[in-house]
Write a protein that binds this ligand. Structure first.
Ligand SMILES: Nc1ncnc2c1ncn2[C@@H]1O[C@H](COP(=O)(O)OP(=O)(O)OP(=O)(O)O)[C@@H](O)[C@H]1O
Ligand SMILES: [Mg+2]
Length: 260
């Protein structure tokens, strides 16, 4: 347990943001399982649940977190007091749930929260930020602050349109570098690649610049069963398509981060 908490103060953790535009496309599932996969690769990882409206990473991790970011925003707790070390060996900073005051932070308040969060965990290897759905100013501030962004999308019109909306905003802000499409719930890797190519074609045509791609995540019943039973897919279903793909994605991301 000490392993994760003894951090190198000089190092600067790479920050990976998980974003989408449309809600319900798999951001939290991906953030949690990617954090576990990276931990299994020997990385020291902190997962920040930046969904300040309806947070739920702690449920998926089976973590017991008595306090959360709303206590930090209200000033009654420090970040390290609300963070918990989970049984998977990573640090979770629990998000706020059902607190409208916290859900509607302005961009200055969000910036100061992000600065404190990144400072608290700069000595780790990787910080993963599970963002909220939508394009609220506090959400965009979180996404902007990440070194590398993954835009989760599914092969359905609303998800594609909302992912493009988010990519377009990034393009307007000249932030296309280190922006990757992450197709989720695809039939197979070839299907995911095709979905990426479709989106990349739209980006090339209308934004005149490409978007990145690393790997896709398959639709997998193992995920549904595991999340219903609060199980870890890496332990219970290590040979499932999804567990294998999460590990492959984690390896590619670790390589990207070390190239930074
Ligand atoms: N690859 C997958 N295979 C099977 N089920 C999946 C997969 N990815 C996500 N799901 C399921 O999709 C549902 C929504 O996922 P999740 O809560 O992670 O989405 P989200 O983007 O975080 O949603 P929100 O925008 O509300 O925060 C969950 O029931 C989850 O188990
Ligand atoms: Mg979520």
């Amino acid at each position: 347990m000490e392993r994760v908490l003894s951090v190198d103060k000089e190092q600067k953790a790479g920050v990976i943001g998980i974003a989408s535009g449309k809600g319900g496309v798999g951001k939290t599932t991906i953030s949690v399982n990617l954090a576990i996969a990276l931990t299994k690769l020997g990385k020291k990882v902190a997962l920040i649940d930046a969904d300040l409206g309806l947070a739920n990473a702690q449920i998926l991790l089976g973590a017991n977190a008595p306090f959360n970011l709303s206590d930090v925003v209200k000033g009654s707790k420090e970040i390290k007091d609300v963070a918990v070390e989970t049984k998977q060996g990573l640090i979770l900073v629990p998000g706020a749930s059902g607190n409208s005051e916290v859900a509607n932070l302005n961009s200055l308040q969000t910036q100061s929260l992000i600065q404190s969060l990144f400072e608290a965990y700069r000595g780790l290897d990787i910080i993963i930020v599970d963002s909220a759905a939508g394009l609220s100013s506090s959400n965009l501030t979180f996404i902007r602050a990440c070194d590398l962004r993954l835009v989760v999308m599914q092969d359905e019109p609303a998800s594609i349109a909302d992912a493009y909306g988010l990519i377009k905003l990034q393009s307007l802000e000249k932030r296309m570098k280190d922006l990757f499409i992450l197709p989720n719930r695809v039939e197979n890797q070839a299907g995911g690649q095709k979905l990426f190519e479709k989106m990349n074609g739209v980006c090339m045509r209308f934004l005149e610049e490409p978007v990145g791609y690393l790997h896709s995540l398959e639709e997998d019943d193992a995920m549904r069963t595991a999340s219903r039973r609060r199980e870890d897919i890496f332990e219970k279903y290590p040979n499932s398509k999804l567990a294998i793909s999460f590990t492959a994605l984690a390896e590619k991301l670790a390589a990207e981060m070390s190239a930074h």
